[in-house]
Design a protein around this ligand. Structure first.
Ligand code: F3S
Length: 62
């Protein structure tokens, strides 16, 4: 599974980090840091929850 954060779409809702703090990190202004790559083993559900939680659809998984 891969996860990607499109920082151009991020509006700083911070719901991804609330849903999955081990996977999604925020910068000092509350915007998601870039993330693009394989989901670490055991964090697949976190990736799904983070993607679903984002109102901007900034997070995609495949
Ligand atoms: Fe940004 Fe969506 Fe997370 S708007 S901070 S990627 S919930």
């Amino acid at each position: 599974m891969k996860v990607r954060v499109d920082t151009a779409k991020c509006s700083g809702h911070a719901r991804c980090a609330a849903a999955a703090p081990d996977l999604f990190e925020l910068d000092e202004d509350g915007y998601a840091l870039p993330l693009d790559g394989e989901v670490p083993a055991g964090q697949e559900e976190d990736a799904r929850e983070g993607a679903m939680s984002c109102p901007e659809q900034a997070i995609t998984i495949e």
